[in-house]
Design a protein around this ligand. Structure first.
Ligand code: GLU
Length: 305
């Protein structure tokens, strides 16, 4: 096996003190209270070897990384019908854009932009008795980790400043692609974004996308192999907003970022890696996270291409 600890330590030291031109997200007030010098990395291999450095065991707001989890549960519950409600095309637009919804008649381009994730939340609400509790429970069983939780503060902060998401939800509802009450859908969406995890926890919860033999705490498969392959495909093409092409070009792995500064990347059949550094580039992706992963896949020759 490659000496991952040595490799991540070297890249961490190379990047730790560089001039980070990114900016912390402040449109959700609570996110701006995070120390922007945090920098953590964690790798979990499918053989359950663990490698971490820096702030890899500090909780952070995973934000849009949770869109993979809501999608996974919705795919499990709804099956292929899900793709009638949300498409699988890259949007080439910012994560919170309303633009394409008008011409696309309220069908979001993909589940990893806000519009798509809001529709996925609506699908989940139609299936779950207590959406917030049931979804959290799904995450805990998936990761075999009872410590996972929402940040109440982040959820409330996002609720009080979520103007674009409120607009998106109303706009989609006007096309009939939101079936439940707007306030219930938004409340659930804001909580899912407010999940908190460490880099270590993130790299463990997404092992099901790397390990074909993965089973959850109850010994069940989470998705079929074909479904997991499809989620990886959407991650590769749509996981980084309008910088998805750039991420595939520079890093070459399926992955997902969040405006809390986290990025998770998956190497099918090998590992899951998470980087957290809160300052974001202009497209909303962690500035250092992108640099780290680019250097990492170059040094380990682990791009999937
Ligand atoms: N909660 C954020 C929002 O809805 C998620 C954005 C992100 O991480 O891409 O604006």
């Amino acid at each position: 096996m490659k000496n991952y600890q040595k490799i991540i330590t070297k890249i961490y030291n190379d990047l730790k003190n560089i001039d980070d031109t990114g900016k912390i997200a402040n449109y959700i007030p609570e996110l701006a209270n995070v120390d922007d010098t945090n920098f953590g990395i964690h790798i979990t291999t499918i053989d359950r070897n663990f490698f971490g450095i820096g702030d890899s065991k500090k909780k952070f707001s995973i934000q849009s990384i949770s869109k993979i989890l809501t999608l996974t549960l919705a795919y499990q519950l709804e099956g292929e019908k899900l793709w009638k409600r949300v498409d699988v095309e890259p949007s080439g637009n910012p994560f919170n854009s309303l633009l394409q919804l008008e011409s696309d008649l309220g069908i979001p381009r993909n589940p990893f932009i806000n519009a798509g994730a809001i529709v996925v939340c609506d699908v989940l609400i139609s299936h779950l008795k207590n959406p917030k509790e049931d979804f959290l429970n799904f995450c805990r069983i998936l990761s075999k980790n009872p410590d996972l939780n929402y940040s109440e503060k982040v959820a409330q902060s996002e609720k009080s400043s979520g103007y674009r998401n409120i607009a998106l939800c109303n706009f989609i509802k006007s096309f009939g692609n939101i079936k439940n009450d707007i306030d219930v859908v938004l409340d659930f969406y804001f909580y899912t974004c407010a999940l908190e995890m460490t880099c270590k926890e993130v790299s463990e919860i997404f092992l099901f996308l790397a390990d074909d033999n993965f089973t959850n705490q109850e010994g069940n498969r989470v998705l079929t192999m074909s479904q997991a392959k499809r989620i990886n495909a959407i991650l590769l093409t749509c996981g980084f907003y309008d910088e998805s092409g750039e991420f595939a070009f520079r890093v070459g792995l399926p992955g997902k970022s969040g405006v809390g500064g986290g990025i998770v990347a998956i190497h099918p059949d090998e590992f899951c890696i998470t980087v957290w550094s809160p300052k974001l580039n202009k497209k909303g992706n962690s500035y250092k996270g992108m640099l780290f992963l680019e250097q990492f896949t170059t040094e380990t020759e682990s791009s999937i291409f």
